[in-house]
Structures are given as C-alpha cells and as structure tokens.
Design a protein around this ligand. Structure first.
Ligand code: CDP
Ligand code: CDP
Length: 211
C-alpha cells in the first residue's frame, strides 16, 4: 500500500504523513529532505543553485546527511526549491523515492510530486493545504520555539516565492494529483487534521477495494 501526501510549505503534510505512518504502521519518507540535502550541499560547495551543472555533484549525498538539523531552516527550504527546478536533480532522486515507495509492506511519502510523478498509482492520495498566512504563522511559531527571531513579513514573502516557483516550474510542478482528496488544515488542530486525513484515506482504500 502506497500513500501519497503532497502540498505546499508548512501545510502540515509532514505531520499528517507521520501520523498516518503510525496509524497504518507504514514507514514514512519526507522527500523534501532529499532536495534540502542537495540545496545545502551546493551551498557548501560554493556552487550556484540556479545553474544545473553546479547541482549535479550535490545529488550524491549519503543517508547520514539527512539527519543534519541545518536542513530544516527556511533558508535551506528556499535553496531546495531552487535546485528542485532542474530535471537532472529530480532524475537523480527518483530511484531513491521509488525504491522506498515500492518496499514490501508499503510506504507513505510526502512532498510535491508524489501523487503525480513518483507514485501516480498510489492507493491513496492527499493534497494538504492551508492559507499563506496560517502557514507563515506556523513557521513563525516553529522558529520562536527553536530560539530564533523570525520576521513575519519575510516568512510570508519566502513562502509565496516558494509556492510560485514550485507551482510554475516545467518539471513535476506542485499540483493536485488525479484522484487526490484536498485537505485544508487552515482552521484545523493537528488532531482534527489527522482524523480527517485518516477518514479520507480509509474512504479511498475502501473505494478501491470495491473497485
Ligand atoms: O511538512 P509541512 O512543511 O507541510 O508542515 P509540517 O512540518 O507538518 O507543519 C508545520 C508546522 O505546523 C508544525 O509546527 C506543525 O506542528 C504545525 N501544524 C499545525 O499547527 N496544525 C496542523 N493542522 C498541522 C501542522
Ligand atoms: O517542509 P516544506 O514543505 O517547507 O518543504 P520540503 O517539503 O522540505 O521541500 C523543500 C522544497 O523541495 C520544496 O519547496 C520543493 O521545491 C522541493 N521538493 C520537490 O520539488 N519535490 C518534492 N517531492 C519535495 C520537495
């Protein structure tokens, strides 16, 4: 069983994917971390994230890199969004994601193109979203709780820039996959969002089993 969870930055897709993983006892891959690892590696190598050939060497990172707390910052999120427009970067990361998705027993993946490109035949698909303001507020709270000094206006600008880049790129743009259910978490607590996600996934699985 493969469950695809897509959506824009800070929509709550990672939280929902992890909760679904516990509920259905399935492993979860946060695919955004892969693009973040490439973005950070390009930065460290002194390359330009907007130049495709500068990003190629950065795609060969080891699994340990994915535990680096530096990957979590909004700055690295923006870098990830810049490197992820390149087809060569997306190609370099496809196998890793498909191998994870097709492991025996099933898997959950969250990202931007799981239901459209990585696993278009997923058994259940969610598109998680929330208003830009709510998403910026979530990032603001996250930064505060980690001792940061966030600025609301720049968080809103970063999120809007990332949404625009992710939705308008030529390769695997962010969009609602065929067969995906929309879940707007703007006014939902985490518990309520998770309950709705489970209900939507159960209904999709039931629909499939009835044929
Ligand atoms: O993975 P994604 O960037 O879409 O978002 P996330 O990391 O799951 O959630 C971003 C932040 O919003 C986290 O601090 C969550 O705890 C919070 N959140 C929330 O307040 N309400 C929700 N319904 C979902 C997430
Ligand atoms: O957690 P958040 O939603 O802020 O970002 P993320 O999921 O870690 O993704 C960072 C960036 O990587 C996104 O803005 C996308 O540009 C890119 N990405 C992608 O292109 N395809 C994916 N499957 C996952 C992420």
């Amino acid at each position: 069983m493969i469950i695809a969870v897509d959506g824009p930055a800070a929509s709550g897709k990672g939280t929902i994917a992890k909760a679904l993983g516990r509920h259905y006892a399935l492993p979860v891959l946060d695919t955004g971390l892969l693009y973040r690892a490439v973005g950070l590696a390009v930065l460290k190598a002194g390359g330009d994230p907007d130049i495709e050939s500068d990003t190629l060497a950065a795609c060969a990172f080891d699994d340990e890199t994915l535990n680096d707390p530096a990957l979590r910052s909004e700055a690295v999120g923006s870098l990830a969004s810049r490197v992820s427009v390149h087809q060569a970067v997306r190609d370099a990361l496809v196998k890793r994601q498909r191998d994870f998705a097709t492991q025996p027993g099933g898997a959950i993946l969250d990202g931007r193109d799981i239901g459209t490109v990585i696993a278009p035949d997923a058994h259940a698909k969610l598109f998680v979203t929330a208003s830009v303001h709510v998403r910026a507020q979530r990032r603001y709270q996250d930064a505060l709780s980690h001792g940061g000094h966030p600025d609301m206006d720049s968080l809103i600008a970063d999120i809007q820039a990332r949404d625009t880049r992710d939705m308008s790129r030529d390769h695997a743009p962010l969009k609602v996959a065929d067969g995906a259910d929309l879940l707007d978490t703007s006014d939902l607590s985490i518990d309520a969002a998770v309950r709705q996600a489970i209900a939507l996934v159960d209904a999709q699985l039931e629909g499939r089993s009835r044929g």
